[in-house]
Design a protein around this ligand. Sequence first.
Ligand code: 5CA
Length: 439
Amino acid sequence: MRLSGYFMPTMKETPAEAEIVSHRLMLRAGMIRQASAGIYSWLPLGFRVLKKIEQIVREEQDRAGAQEVLMPTIQSADLWKESGRYDAYGPEMLRIQDRHGRDMLYGPTNEELITEIFRSAVRSYRDLPRMLYHIQWKFRDEVRPRFGVMRGREFLMKDNYSFDLDYAGAKRSYNKMFVSYLRTFARLGLQAIPMEAETGPIGGNLSHEFIILADTGESEVFCHRDFVDFDVLGAGIDYESDLEPVVEAWTKLYARTDDKHDPAAFENQVPEDKRVHRRGIEVGHIFYFGTKYSDPLKALVATPEGEAVAVHMGSYGIGVSRLVGAVIEASHDEAGIVWPEPVAPFRVGLINLKTADAACTKACEEIYAKLRDAGVEVLYDDRDERPGAKFNDMDLIGLPWQLVIGPRGLAKGVVELKRRRDAEREELSLDSALARLTG
Ligand code: 5CA
């Protein structure tokens, strides 16, 4: 992509309305624009990151055995009246009437709709277990939308729903999601800690929030310091094996959000030098709620003995659009964003220091073509701008690698490769730079 023709409206000034760093940087880097309170348009750079995160979430859901569907954003109120949640959900739900005066709503979540899909198709234990997920926009009329995409009113969520015959089966599904969440967040370059949490309007009695430690987080959390060094990606996971030992290893140490916090237990279980009391960002939340929806909605399956029982369910959410902000909160410096490679909008920023210089531009064009041929995502700054402005923009948008080409270096046969993460610079020949970036 050539920057001269790319829609990336960066800003030098810090927007006054943005209170936290991720919101400021997303506005300044031209990733999003506010459409109205808590509702955002995604511009090309931001949309690329959103799609990368979405794809990693999707791959890990698929790997764990869940199947993707797509349910609508607008739902009929009838099912919500059947489950009893239409009144209980309160003013966070955006209620709409269609032209016939029928009650509709913009879905804040999808337990009812997925249960209706399930009950219309499944009758027997032979068709269990099942896990169905979708990645869809939700609307919650939050009292206080803030922090940009972190607490929006319209936001992108991955929500998965599991169906099992009994508690033992449902716990297996819960464990699959628990482990797949650890993997998903690790692939995004994040250390997410599973914490015992309240269930709120979704319901149930077994629930974990996945929390990224960050001073700007909205949750107050308490946990054992050893979580910070846990590694999950190293372990090969077989989702058909018994995952209980993995889940136990990740839940035996104290980790709770403030509404579940027990000061006495915290002090008993965690040595003083290991106590972490911080703020965090909730990037995922999983629930087992048994028959809370299948009972009222009569989602019944026949057991092997022929008895009809309500199916056991769980639901599992990831805040996909919130994650864009969360990754930035976890990875930035004074100059701007520092994208972890797997979610970077482009891998390489190619900077032409002097577009008026024919040899310099020729070298840039050649390497740009070669990088693209090799399948490397590259953003080529071919604008007629001062080098300082180009460096600032590249640092702001945080691509992992910057390849800087100027007439002086070329005369010596070298270009500069800078790693954004630690600003480490290296002078290399064009060919070795190419080899490094395509290797
Ligand atoms: N149905 C369940 C799980 S599938 C559910 O809705 N869970 S939730 O309410 O906890 O939301 C799931 C995730 O969506 C949260 O962990 C959070 O990461 C994200 N989320 C929730 N509210 C917002 C919001 N207002 N803005 C951005 N992300 C949000």
